[in-house]
Design a protein around this ligand. Structure first.
Ligand code: ATP
Length: 459
């Protein structure tokens, strides 16, 4: 079924079975729309974050990172507009009491849940920030919010970063961290949850250069998804119409992915003008500006923001990698075709059997590989079953140690996940042989990404 649609249920069940994602607090009956990440899940998340951080911060000379707090001075959310405008319009079905976002359904059509017609309430606004109290007394003065986005951390630290790094425009500030939204219609597994992790970057430019920066980041971000192995035909842009833009935005384009639930936002790239810096300057009384050496003027930079979820990228990679194959004799296998840079395990070391002659050599091979790759040692059950298990969690290469290794050639077999072909390689050459295959996979998607050129005029 290469390339065919996969049901969300199939992904959810694989995630649970193999230790990617578990329902949160399962022993207590779960907790609505909350998910815990298991041993393979945390490795995949780490790969996503690391790839983003490398591309956005470490491989560039114009972007620096920060980590701001989740709970901060509530005036931040007054200035940003979240206290007054971070609302979703909601409607209830009077017949079955299901609640929907008014902008997600056709209010003139029957209820998607029960099919009753003409039964929606008037849309009502709902503030999505999660509130808490800080300190010993639960009074109105002690109200604070869990951040609904990481972006404001960058704006409120603009001056600190500018004075400590002496960056010149254009430059960016990036952050990865948890955000919280009291979503009224969460669901679809980890697609929309109340607690999630974001990777956001605020790129500051002089006014007039923001259009070029917007195009640049729209292109770069699409290229990043291609680099980490997402299939090009499953990605597209969706430009928001001017009348639907958020209060801070002068232009927003989503990168959408074709999930099992249809085409949905994976990442948003927003041209935020000077809105946020001006708001914080007005509210805090601190002039948040940049001294332009050329014109000898203080200016308020414009800002372009690419913002993406770790969890949503995680779901994208799983849906994109999932494949079921029918082999000879109607034998079926499930494969996650993860790009090697994303796979939770890069190389699995498998002794042919648990025979005691093989274990020391297999352990020595594992020791050899561990400093270079993410590895796993697996000697339980038949070799065929172990290959299938590694296929199902997306391990690109298995290294098998057999009796010939020990008794004759001091060589091992590299078995490829996708082609299932096997190659015999001397142990002395094993690290470079695997490295060569890894680098070839990186070069292949880098080439696809470099060849991608968008046509924004058609959006
Ligand atoms: P929507 O309109 O669907 O609620 P949004 O446009 O408000 O989403 P942004 O504020 O642009 O979302 O957030 C940037 C990114 O953060 C999204 O593209 C998505 O990847 C991720 N994200 C946002 N909300 C959630 C959530 N509730 N659960 C998981 N990821 C989320």
């Amino acid at each position: 079924m290469a390339g065919g649609p996969v049901e969300m249920e199939t992904i959810v069940s694989l995630c649970k079975r193999r230790g990617f994602v578990y329902p949160a607090a399962e022993i207590y009956g779960g907790f609505a729309n909350a998910w815990d990440y298991g041993p393979l899940g945390v490795e995949l998340r780490r790969n996503i974050r690391d790839a983003w951080w490398r591309a956005i911060v470490q491989e560039r000379d114009d972007v620096v990172g920060i980590e701001a707090t989740v709970i901060t001075n509530p005036r931040v959310w007054v200035a940003s507009g979240h206290v007054s405008t971070f609302n979703d319009p909601m409607v209830d079905c009077k017949h079955c009491n299901s609640r929907f976002r008014a902008d997600h359904i056709d209010l003139h059509a029957p209820c998607p849940d029960c099919g009753a017609s003409g039964v929606f309430t008037e849309p009502r606004m709902f503030n999505m920030m999660l509130k808490t109290y800080v300190g010993p007394v639960q009074s109105e003065d002690a109200v604070a919010y869990l951040r609904p986005e990481t972006a404001q951390g960058m704006f409120i630290n603009f001056e600190n970063v500018l004075t400590t790094t002496r960056k010149k425009l254009p430059f960016g500030i990036a952050q990865i961290g948890r955000s919280f939204r009291n979503e009224i219609t969460p669901g679809n597994f980890i697609f929309r949850t109340r607690e999630f992790e974001q990777m956001e970057m605020e790129y500051f430019v002089k006014q007039g250069q923001h259009e070029a920066a917007y195009d640049y980041w729209r292109t770069e971000r699409m290229r990043w998804f291609l680099k980490i192995g997402v299939r090009p035909e499953k990605l597209r842009y969706l430009a928001h119409p001017k009348e639907a833009l958020a209060h801070y935005s002068i232009g927003t384009t989503d990168i959408e992915y074709e999930f099992p639930i249809g085409w949905q936002e994976l990442e948003g790239i927003a041209s935020r003008s000077d809105y946020d810096l001006r708001q914080h300057a007005d509210t805090s009384g601190r002039p948040l500006s940049y001294f332009d050496e050329e014109t000898k003027e203080h200016i308020v930079p414009y800002c372009v923001e690419p913002a993406v979820g770790v969890d949503r990228t995680f779901l994208t990679l799983l849906c994109d990698a999932y494949d079921e194959e029918t082999l000879e004799k109607n034998d079926k296998r499930t494969v996650l075709r993860f790009h090697p840079t994303m796979a939770p395990i890069t190389v699995a070391v498998l002794p042919l059997s648990r025979n005691e002659k093989l274990a020391p050599k297999a352990r020595a091979v594992w020791d050899l590989l561990r400093p270079h790759f993410k590895t796993q040692y697996d000697d339980a059950q038949s070799i065929g079953r172990r290959y299938r298990r590694q296929d199902e969690v997306g391990t690109p290469w298995c290294v098998t140690v057999d009796f010939e290794t020990v008794e004759q050639d001091d060589a091992v077999t590299i078995r490829e996940r996708d082609s299932m072909t096997q190659a015999r390689v001397p142990i002395a050459d094993l690290v470079p042989a695997l490295r060569e295959r890894y680098d070839a996979a990186v070069a292949q998607t880098a080439q696809i990404a470099a060849a991608f050129t968008p046509n924004f005029a058609t959006l």
